[in-house]
Structures are given as structure tokens and as C-alpha cells.
Design a protein around this ligand. Structure first.
Ligand SMILES: Nc1ncnc2c1ncn2[C@@H]1O[C@H](COP(=O)(O)OP(=O)(O)O)[C@@H](O)[C@H]1O
Ligand SMILES: CC(=O)N[C@@H](CCC(=O)OP(=O)(O)O)C(=O)O
Length: 308
């Protein structure tokens, strides 16, 4: 009898401890809920970070953000998914400085995968998690007015710098914030595919990080969160750098510590912070509920990039 009483008491104590720690986590979130109330937070969900599990966690995090008073805007990528579809269709594709050379045939596939498949999946995921998301491409309501990206490239063998033609790769010329405001006012969560439209009606393939940065700046976001498949920005020894100022970030690009796909990400973060977004964060999308950890806890996660 006494033995089972002791057991019962121990179980109660353990339950109490668990409840207390759950309550602590919720209370810890309060200052952050107040801080971000009605603030716009732009989140870029990279194609490399999209597994079935992470997509479910991501959708739940976005709904929780919205329900606690934030105004999340989602911009998604889909590079690896476009790559496998192009391969299945035997369409050759190559990257130059992190950007996909996009001819007419590739552009059709890019648009199909981004707007037809990935965008719809993310919208469905958020709605299934209890939210109300609306899928948009940059062509909807002329949300992303784009122009062809004119890029110069230095040939290391000849030392000559000359223009390179990336086909239908674009850059945002203007974002129409009214389109997004209309949806936000109606309590909808915009989910944006990184396809822009030129003045002539031509669709352009735009790097998703670049779109996220342009949207964050145009909407005066409080935060730009870029989800990828690494812990954050890593130093030469592969260790996470938790914080960077703009000048430190620039130095890491010029000394070669930041390479490949991380370059457009950091350049986007720098531009967004320069144009008034108070901080950009590079986050590991493989960590379950990383958005909640970053936004609602003292720990933060990934690499925080700020002006100072
Ligand atoms: N200093 C660095 N720190 C972290 N990642 C880096 C760094 N330099 C280059 N990278 C590369 O950048 C990649 C992230 O860019 P990318 O593959 O384009 O991601 P996403 O598809 O999520 O946009 C990492 O997986 C890593 O291989
Ligand atoms: C011009 C250009 O490179 N566009 C990208 C658009 C998708 C993207 O950026 O997706 P991730 O964020 O998953 O890499 C592409 O075609 O892959």
C-alpha cells in the first residue's frame, strides 16, 4: 500500500515538474509575442529545407506566428525540385554564380514547379494546420515587376569582364506592397513563388532569396528569416557564427569564407538591413520548429545579421 502511494506521489511530482517547465516556455514567449505584435515577418523557405516533416513543422510555425499577432509573409524556393523535374524532362540546366541559366523550355518548367506544385503544397500545408494562406506568384496583380538580370562576369583565365546571358533570369524592379496589404488586411497569409513579370508580360525566374529580401524591404518587415540546410553562416573551421554586422558579413564574402548559394543569401540580408529591416537571420530549416525557437525564445538560432 505504502509502496504504491510513494509511486503515485513520485508520478505526481514528475507531472508537476513537466507542467511547470511547459508553463515556463509559454511565459518566456510573452515578451516576444508583445514585441512582434502586428509586425511583418518575411520568411523564406528554401527548397533544400523542404522535407515532408519540415514542411509540416513550418506550416504549424507560420500558423502559430499569425495566431499570436504577427503578420507572416512566406516566400519559397524550390531549386532542387526544379532541378529534378528538368532532369526528368531531359532539359539541361546549369548554375552560374548561384543562378540557374534559364532558357524558354526551362522557364516553363520553373513556373510549373514553383507555382503549380510547391506553392500549392505550402498553401495546403498552412491551411491544413489551421491557417488561411493564399498562393501568389509575382505575376499575380503585378506583385513582382521584374527586369532581365544583366550580369557581368570575370573570366579568371583571361581576366576579361564581360556580360553573360542568363536567359529568363530576372531581378525585382518593384514590389507592389498594396497587393500584399490587401491580403494581410483580410487576415490571409501570402505565400509567394519567386516568379516575376516584365513590362512586356514575360515571366522571369528570380532567386527566391532575392525575392524575399525585396518583399521584406518593400513591406518594412521587422525580420527577414532565411531557412536553409545549414546551421547558419559557418566560419573557416565550420563553426556557427551567431552574429554578424554588415561589414563583418561583407568581409566574409570577400575573403571567401562565404561561398556558392550562401552569397546571394547574405547579399540579400545585407541589402534588406540597409533598407530598414531591423535584422535578417539565416536559420537551419532542418531543426524542428526552428521559427518558434528563433522568434519566441531567449536562445535564438542561426546567424543574426544586423546593422551594428
Ligand atoms: N560560410 C558558409 N556558411 C554556411 N554555408 C555556406 C557557406 N559558404 C557556402 N555555403 C553553402 O551555402 C549553402 C546554402 O545555400 P543554398 O544551397 O543556395 O541554399 P537554399 O537552397 O536553402 O537557398 C550551404 O548548404 C553551404 O553548402
Ligand atoms: C534564378 C534562379 O536561380 N532561380 C531559382 C529559383 C528557385 C530558388 O531560388 O530556390 P531555392 O531557394 O530553393 O534555391 C532556381 O531556378 O532554382
Amino acid at each position: 500500500m505504502a509502496f504504491s502511494d510513494d509511486l503515485g506521489q513520485e508520478k505526481n511530482l514528475r507531472s508537476m515538474a513537466r507542467w511547470r517547465s511547459t508553463a515556463r516556455v509559454l511565459v518566456e514567449a510573452l515578451p516576444y509575442i508583445l514585441k512582434y505584435d502586428q509586425k511583418i515577418v518575411t520568411v523564406k523557405f528554401g527548397g533544400n529545407a523542404m522535407s515532408d516533416e519540415s514542411a509540416r513543422d513550418f506550416a504549424q510555425d507560420i500558423v502559430l506566428m499569425k495566431q499570436t499577432g504577427m503578420e507572416p509573409i512566406v516566400v519559397h524556393g524550390g531549386g532542387p525540385q526544379i532541378g529534378s523535374m528538368l532532369k526528368r524532362m531531359n532539359i539541361h540546366s546549369e548554375f552560374i554564380d548561384g543562378l540557374r541559366v534559364t532558357d524558354k523550355a526551362a522557364m516553363e518548367v520553373v513556373e510549373m514547379v514553383l507555382t503549380g506544385s510547391i506553392n500549392a503544397q505550402i498553401v495546403t500545408g498552412i491551411n491544413h494546420a489551421g491557417g488561411h494562406a493564399i498562393g501568389l506568384s509575382g505575376t499575380d496583380g503585378n506583385l513582382i515587376l521584374a527586369r532581365k538580370l544583366e550580369k557581368m562576369r570575370n573570366d579568371p583565365t583571361t581576366g576579361v569582364t564581360a556580360p553573360i546571358d542568363l536567359g529568363f533570369v530576372g531581378e525585382p524592379e518593384a514590389i507592389n506592397p498594396e497587393v500584399l496589404r490587401t491580403f494581410i488586411k483580410s487576415d490571409l497569409i501570402p505565400v509567394i513563388a519567386p516568379v516575376g513579370v516584365g513590362r512586356d508580360g514575360q515571366s522571369y525566374n528570380i532567386n527566391a532569396d532575392t525575392v524575399a529580401g525585396a518583399v521584406a524591404s518593400a513591406m518594412k518587415s521587422e525580420r527577414l528569416l532565411l531557412l536553409t540546410d545549414v546551421e547558419g553562416v559557418l566560419d573557416q573551421e565550420g563553426k556557427l557564427i551567431p552574429k554578424l554586422t554588415l561589414s563583418e558579413a561583407r568581409t566574409l564574402i570577400s575573403d571567401g569564407t562565404i561561398r556558392g548559394g550562401m552569397i546571394p543569401k547574405i547579399e540579400t540580408a545585407i541589402e534588406a538591413v540597409e533598407s530598414g529591416v531591423s535584422a535578417a537571420v539565416i536559420l537551419d530549416g532542418r531543426i524542428p520548429h526552428v521559427l518558434l525557437l528563433e522568434l519566441f525564445t531567449e536562445h535564438g538560432a542561426g546567424t543574426l545579421i544586423t546593422a551594428e
